[in-house]
Ligand binder design. Structure first.
Ligand SMILES: [Zn+2]
Length: 213
């Protein structure tokens, strides 16, 4: 993993649930990844279990964010555990996210490296606004708001995109998308179909960096 994601793992206690089970990660191409997901309306035990399982899955995959459709569930929901631009660990659960991005002269694009746990192993530069704010509700239906720049801004945008059925490949030029798919295809044999339930093979060859979510 990249240094940023590793830092997120070790700095301080997690406030996210820790009692979940690791689930297989759904890949690009599955229908649930490419359509608008359903809003969360029930905030009971079933949702709490799903959130715990998503956190366990994100951690097993060494990602900094994970959306519900990445474990095959058609709900507008994501979890994240990601450093902001100062290296501070920010964690949360967001249902029904709404994103706010800078406009006009405040809109600066950042060309950071980005990867997706649903197209594991492949990374490419992806231009996105360098700041974002997401509002929504947590797993108990309480209002939440997260904002930041750096990797956190990228993470919040990447995850909100997932809930809307957009993957970051949709935001790339044809040339970059082609390159991304070629890299993913090359690495595919290292990712068992139920990854991260079964671990990645040839771990030492996967020296990714940037966002992994
Ligand atoms: Zn992703």
């Amino acid at each position: 993993m990249g240094a940023a994601a590793r830092f997120a793992r070790i700095s301080g206690m997690s406030t996210l649930p820790t009692n979940g089970s690791v689930l297989p990660i759904t890949r690009w191409g599955e229908d649930v990844m490419h359509r608008l997901n359903k809003p969360v309306t029930e905030f009971g035990d079933e949702l709490h279990r799903l959130v715990a399982d998503m956190v366990a899955t994100m951690n097993a995959a060494e990602g900094v964010g994970l959306a519900a459709n990445q474990v095959g569930v058609d709900l507008q929901l994501f979890v994240f555990d990601c450093p902001d631009k100062d290296g501070n660990r920010v964690q949360g659960v967001v249902c029904n996210p709404v994103i706010e991005l800078p406009e006009g002269k405040d809109r600066q694009l950042d060309e950071g490296e980005e990867g997706c746990l649903s197209l594991p192993g492949a990374f490419t530069k992806c231009a996105r606004p360098d700041w974002a704010r997401v509002t929504g509700v947590d797993e108990n239906g309480e209002p939440v708001s997260y904002e930041g720049s750096g990797l956190l801004a990228r993470c919040l945008q990447h995850e909100t995109d997932h809930t809307q059925g957009t993957v970051f490949g949709d935001r790339l030029s044809r040339k970059y998308r082609k390159r991304l798919f070629a890299e993913a295809e090359e690495l595919a044999p290292d990712y068992p179909a139920d990854w991260p339930v079964s671990p990645v093979l040839n771990q030492e060859e996967h020296t990714d960096e940037g966002l992994n979510a």
